[in-house]
Design a protein around this ligand. Structure first.
Ligand code: F6R
Length: 620
C-alpha cells in the first residue's frame, strides 16, 4: 500500500523521487504525486490519478524544469479516504500552499480534526484524512510555542493524531529539510554521502545507499543534506537502529525477466538456501533474535500460527511438521479472525506470526492481541525491522530478498522453511527429537534448494499446459495432508493473477459437496503424496482422481517422479523430485506458481501487479 519517499541531497530531487516511486510501485497504488523545493522559496506540487506514467506525462506537459530543486518527496497512494482521483492524491497542502504532506496509514480521529479545522474557517480541498495534517502543521507553524519551528510543529501534530501513520512534511521556508514521523507504519532513513532519504522501504533508495536506519515507534526524523536527527514526539533525542541492507540493486531489478514474479520463482533455490544458512551450528538449531529462552520453549503447551493469504498457507503446512516433531497442538488461524474470537491464550502459548512484509495490519493486530494476553510471540518475517518483528518477543528472518511481484512466491517457500526451523527449535528445546534426528531433518531441508532447482528445470511443460487451459472458466485444486495447503496456495495464485475462479479442497471433502462442481473438461489439479512415504493416502487420492475423471474432469496430476500408479489417471502428469513427505510442498508448489503465471500472461494480465491488490496490506 502507499509508498513514500523523501530526499534532501545534491541530485535533482525529481529524478530521485520518481526513481524511488518506481521501485515501490509493487506495493500497489492508484495515484501518485511529487513535491519539490527549489531552494528559492518555491514548493511545486504535481499529482495524478492512475499509474506513475500518468504523473510523468503530466510533468512533461507542465515542464520538468519547474521541478528544479534538490529536496523533495513523492507518494503512491492506495485509496482509503476518498476516491482515487487527482484532488485526493498526495501531496496535500495547506491553504497558504507553503506546507506539503504525504501520508501512509489512517488518521482515525480525522473527522473530529476536520470539523475543528472547518469551524476555524479552513476550506478542505480533498476528501482525505491526510489533508487535515497539512492544515494542522501549517497552523502549528504560525502560532504558539511551535511558531517558526517546523520540527516542533510536526511533533505537536503527531501527538494529536490517532491511528497508524507515516507522515513526511516539507515547508517552503525550509528548502533543505524534510521532517518525517511514524507510528505503526513503516519508515526507514537512507544515509548517503551528502544526501539523506526517508522511505516506506529501502527499495526506494537502494540504488543510492545500502546504509539505513530503522525508526522506532512514535519517532520523528529530520533529514538534511548533512545528516539526520531522530527525536520522539516530544522533541527529545531518541535512539534509532542503523543497519546495512543485505541485498543490492540487482535484487530489486528484473534482470532480463519479463516480470519480477518470474524472476522470483527462479530465485527460490537461493531464497531457501539463504533462509536456512547459519541456523544449524555446533549441532544445534539457532534462531535469529531469540529473545525467548529454551526454558520458555520447554514451557510452551500450545502453538498458534497467525498469518494471512499465502503466509497463512505456510502455517497450514507447518502444522503437520510441528505437531509431528513436538507433539504440541498447533492451531493455524487467519490473523483477521484471531483477535475477534477470543482465542485461549496465556504465557505458555507460543504465537508464530508469519508475514513477508512485516506490515500486514491484520497480523500486527493479532500480535498485539496475543501479547496483551501474555502469550509469547515469535515473528517469521522477510523485512528487516518491520513493525511485526519489532513488536514480537523473538524474530526469525527469512532471507528471501525483496519480493516485488505482488503474488508471493519465494517468500512463501522461505516461510515454510523458516516455520520448520521453529518446529525443530521447539523439538530440540523440549527433547522430543534427539540431536541426531534434528541434524537429519536439517540436512534434509538443506537438500531442498537443489530439489527446487530441479523442478525449475522442467517447467516448460507446465507453461505449455498453462497456455492450453488459459480459457477455462474455473480450475479446482485437490490435495491431502501437506498437499492440501499446497492446493489452497495453487488456487490463490490462480485467482489473484488470472482472475479466474479457483478453489482448493481437501480431496477427502470432495464427495461431501464439491464433486457437484465437476463437469466435462473442467481442469482439476491434484497434488499427490509420495506412493512410498504416504502409501495409504496415495491410494485414497488415486480413488479420488478416478472419481472425478469418471465425471469428465481433465486431471492435471503433480506426482513424484516414477509414480507409475497414478499415470493412467492423469490427463496431464507433472513430475517433481522425490523428497521427504513433510518437505513436499517446497517442490509441489512451484509448478502451481508457474501455471498461474502462465495462464495470467496468456490472458494478457500484468502478473506483477494484479488488479485491486497491494503488496503490503496496511489496513484491516
Ligand atoms: C498472495 C499474497 C498474499 C500475502 C498476504 C500476507 O500471493 O502475497 O496473500 O501472502 O497478504 O502478506 P504478508 O506475508 O506480507 O503478511
Amino acid at each position: 500500500m502507499c509508498g513514500i519517499v523523501g530526499y534532501v541531497g545534491h541530485r535533482p530531487a525529481l529524478d530521485v523521487v520518481l526513481g524511488g516511486l518506481r521501485r515501490m510501485e509493487y506495493r500497489g497504488y492508484d495515484s501518485a504525486g511529487v513535491a519539490v523545493l527549489d531552494g528559492a522559496g518555491a514548493l511545486t506540487v504535481e499529482r495524478k490519478a492512475g499509474r506513475l506514467a500518468n504523473l510523468e506525462g503530466r510533468l512533461d506537459e507542465v515542464g520538468r524544469e519547474h521541478f528544479g530543486g534538490t529536496a523533495g518527496m513523492g507518494h503512491t497512494r492506495w485509496a482509503t479516504h476518498g476516491a482515487p482521483i487527482d484532488r485526493n492524491s498526495h501531496p496535500h497542502r495547506d491553504a497558504s500552499q507553503r506546507v506539503a504532506v504525504v501520508h501512509n496509514g489512517i488518521i482515525e480521529n480525522f473527522a473530529a480534526l476536520r470539523a475543528e479545522l472547518e469551524a476555524d474557517g479552513v476550506e478542505m480541498a480533498s476528501d482525505t484524512d491526510t489533508e487535515t495534517a497539512a492544515h494542522l502543521v501549517a497552523r502549528a507553524y504560525t502560532e504558539g510555542d511551535t511558531k517558526g519551528d517546523l520540527t516542533a510543529s510536526v511533533a505537536a501534530v503527531c501527538r494529536r493524531l490517532e491511528g497508524a501513520f507515516t507522515l513526511v512534511v516539507t515547508h517552503a521556508d525550509h528548502p533543505d529539510t524534510i521532517v518525517a514521523a511514524r507510528r505503526s507504519s513503516p519508515l526507514v532513513v537512507g544515509v548517503g554521502d551528502g544526501e539523506h532519504f526517508v522511505a516506506s522501504d529501502v527499495a526506494a533508495f537502494i540504488e543510492h545507499t545500502r546504509e539505513a536506519v530503522e525508526l522506532g515507534q512514535d519517532q520523528l526524523v529530520v533529514i538534511t543534506r548533512e545528516g539526520y536527527e531522530v527525536l520522539d514526539f516530544h522533541g527529545d533525542a531518541a535512539q534509532a537502529k542503523p543497519f546495512t541492507v543485505d541485498w543490492d540493486l540487482s535484487a530489486a531489478e528484473k534482470g532480463g525477466h519479463e516480470y519480477f514474479m518470474l524472476k522470483e520463482i527462479e530465485e527460490q533455490p537461493e531464497a531457501l538456501a539463504n533462509t536456512l544458512r547459519g541456523h544449524f551450528e555446533s549441532g544445534r538449531i539457532i534462531l535469529d533474535e531469540q529473545r525467548i529462552s529454551d526454558q520458555d520453549l520447554r514451557d510452551v503447551d500450545k502453538v498458534f500460527v497467525v498469518a494471512c493469504g499465502s503466509a497463512y498457507h505456510s502455517g497450514l503446512v507447518a502444522k503437520y511438521a510441528i505437531e509431528h516433531w513436538t507433539r504440541l497442538p498447533v492451531e493455524v488461524e487467519l490473523a483477521s479472525e484471531f483477535r475477534y474470537r477470543d482465542p485461549v491464550l496465556d504465557r505458555d502459548t507460543l504465537v508464530v506470526a508469519v508475514s513477508q512484509s512485516g506490515e500486514t495490519a491484520d497480523t500486527l493486530e493479532a500480535v498485539r492481541h496475543a501479547r496483551e494476553q501474555k502469550a509469547r510471540v515469535l515473528a517469521v518475517c522477510n523485512t528487516n525491522g518491520a513493525q511485526i518483528p519489532r513488536e514480537s518477543d523473538a524474530v526469525l528472518y527469512t532471507h528471501a530478498g525483496p519480493e516485488i511481484g505482488v503474488a508471493s512466491t519465494k517468500a512463501f517457500l522461505a516461510q515454510i522453511a523458516a516455520n520448520y526451523l521453529v518446529g525443530l527449535a521447539l523439538a530440540q528445546a523440549r527433547g522430543t527429537k534427539y540431536p541426531d534426528e534434528v541434524a537429519r531433518e536439517f540436512a534434509e531441508l538443506e537438500a531442498m534448494p537443489a530439489a527446487v532447482q530441479k523442478v525449475l528445470s522442467t517447467v516448460e511443460q507446465v507453461r505449455d499446459l498453462g497456455r492450453r487451459i488459459a480459457d477455462s472458466k474455473a480450475v479446482l485444486f485437490l490435495g491431502r495432508h501437506v498437499g492440501f495447503p499446497v492446493a489452497l496456495e495453487g488456487a490463490l495464485k490462480l485467482k489473484e493473477l488470472a482472475y479466474m475462479h479457483a478453489e482448493g479442497f481437501a480431496a477427502g471433502e470432495l464427495k461431501h459437496g464439491p464433486i457437484a462442481l465437476i463437469e466435462d473438461g473442467l481442469p482439476v489439479v491434484v497434488v499427490m503424496p509420495s506412493p512410498k512415504g504416504r502409501a495409504v493416502l496415495h491410494s485414497k487420492l488415486v480413488s479420488n482422481i478416478s472419481e472425478i475423471q469418471a465425471r469428465g474432469a481433465r486431471t492435471i496430476v503433480i506426482a513424484e517422479e516414477g509414480d507409475e500408479t497414478v499415470r493412467p489417471f492423469a490427463d496431464e502428469l507433472i513430475e517433481v523430485p522425490a523428497v521427504p513427505t513433510l518437505l513436499q510442498p517446497l517442490v509441489s508448489t512451484v509448478p502451481l506458481q508457474v501455471l498461474a503465471a502462465e495462464i495470467a500472461r496468456t490472458r494478457g494480465y500484468d502478473v506483477d501487479k494484479p488488479r485491486n491488490l497491494a503488496k503490503s496490506v496496511t489496513v484491516e
